[in-house]
Ligand binder design. Structure first.
Ligand code: ASP
Length: 434
């Protein structure tokens, strides 16, 4: 039994959080591979080290005085080291980094120092070996992971050192220069390591006790989901639930390595298990998520139903403008094309003109549409969910603008006016999830 354990920035924000991490890691001898983000926020108004490093880079690039930002970074690292009396001489590394600061310093390299220094601190604190991710995760120049080489490196480092701490969020190109991943990328680092070592569980430690069944900013104290499939998680994440970096699932899914979301501040809570298949059938609906700012292009044409290829011609116009289409609810002589608002910000009017011209039809544009996803593997082949949805929304006088269901019945999407967004999620939560 072997586990990769990844700690996010909020689990590493100060000495107290470091202590919690130590208890968690040393409390289970199978937690041998530790992945660290950079020091995160201590409280809401605080700034993450990663953000400070991005700002520092911008100051350097534009030759703006940067001492103040640098001192903030310096003090935070030194503070953790001093508070816990960690034997690693971080001052030395910080001074060396200061010497490297210049106008042309690589942003990837500079920003990656957040994870690098945090992991060095953690390794010394735990008594584990620090292994630099630039020697493990190797990327080709096109940005694709060299899976073979990476796996070889990871296996070698693990067999050599056993208990290791690895910084998240970056790897290296063939020439050794640092390649930064996208924001939140330490989740992906953990997932890659979990795959390379085919571990029994990938634990992802954060500041909530698992994936929540709805956005806590909209629904008060939503329950945490005990078990969720990778596919359900993808549906929820796609529709706005912020859980893990969206690429986290891919490396581990093939080997069916469970991802366990856990709370560093409540370690006894079992959190959420993300698996290929789940057996728990207690809840019909697993969770809800939603996003605002969709736009509907409503297309009307008399006797459209008799014209073969009409839909295709309309969609070709969207393709021409490189707009990705979310849903296409259809009537007999009309249909809507629903797209995310940011996709058509700049080309809305051109699109309408071209559709009208090409198809000789009427087009109406409707903005401010919100989509809400009701996700649940246990909804398939069960009746009654839609009944409950309409009853709950009817009671709140919420008008349903569109309705869509994927063929696997994993999700039901409803479109409502943006003004009803919060009310919709609240009503559906009460009726379907609580
Ligand atoms: N520290 C990086 C970020 O804030 C990476 C991570 O935490 O996963 O995005």
């Amino acid at each position: 039994m072997l586990k990769v354990v990844k700690f996010g920035g909020s689990s590493l924000s100060c000495a107290t959080q470091f202590e919690k991490v130590k208890n968690i890691v040393l409390g289970d001898s199978t937690r041998q591979i530790v992945v660290c983000s950079a020091l995160g926020k201590r409280e809401k108004t605080d700034t993450k080290i990663t953000d400070l490093l991005f700002i520092l880079h911008a100051h350097l690039k534009y030759s703006v005085p940067y001492e103040e930002i640098w001192n903030m970074i310096y003090d935070r690292f030194l503070g953790v080291q001093a508070d816990l009396n960690i034997s690693y001489d971080i001052k030395n590394d910080l001074d060396a980094l200061k010497g490297e600061l210049n106008k042309n310093i690589s942003q990837d390299y500079l920003v990656s120092r957040g994870e690098f220094l945090t992991s060095k601190l953690m390794a010394a604190y735990l008594g584990y070996t620090f292994v630099d991710s630039k020697d493990l995760l190797r990327y080709n120049y096109d940005g694709k992971l060299d899976e073979e080489l990476t796996e070889k490196n990871v296996k070698l480092a693990f067999s050599k050192y056993g208990k290791i701490v690895v910084p998240g969020f970056y790897g290296a190109y063939p020439n050794g220069s640092v390649k930064l991943l996208s924001r939140g990328g330490s989740d992906v680092t953990g997932s890659i390591l979990a795959k390379c070592l085919n571990v029994s569980v990938y634990e992802n430690w954060t500041d909530v006790s698992g994936v929540l069944a709805c956005d806590p900013r909209i629904v008060k104290n939503p329950r945490a989901i005990k078990e969720i499939t990778y596919a359900e998680l993808r549906e929820l994440s796609y529709m706005g639930a912020s859980v893990l970096h969206e690429e986290t699932v891919f490396p581990v899914q093939g080997l069916n390595i469970p991802i366990n979301i856990r709370n560093t501040n409540e370690p006894e809570n079992p959190g959420t298990m993300i698996l290929n298949e789940c057996t728990d059938e207690t809840n019909v609906v697993t969770g809800l998520a939603g996003k605002k700012d969709f736009v509907a292009f409503n297309i009307y044409k008399d006797h459209m139903a008799d014209k073969v290829g009409f839909l295709k011609s309309a969609l070709e116009v969207f393709e021409k403008y490189e707009v990705s289409v979310e849903h296409v609810p259809t009537g007999i002589d009309s249909f809507s094309v629903i797209v995310s608002g940011d996709q058509v910000d700049k080309c809305k009017y051109e699109l309408v003109t071209e559709i009208k011209k090409q198809l000789d039809c009427d087009v109406e544009v409707e903005t401010n549409i919100a989509l809400v996803a009701i996700v649940g593997r246990n909804m398939a082949k069960r009746s009654g969910v839609c009944g409950k949805i309409f009853a709950a929304l009817g009671e709140e006088n919420i008008n349903v603008r569109l309705l869509a269901q994927g063929p696997n019945e994993l999700n039901i999407i409803i479109g409502v006016s943006q003004n009803d967004f919060e009310k919709t999620l609240q009503a559906l939560y009460e009726s379907l999830v609580r």
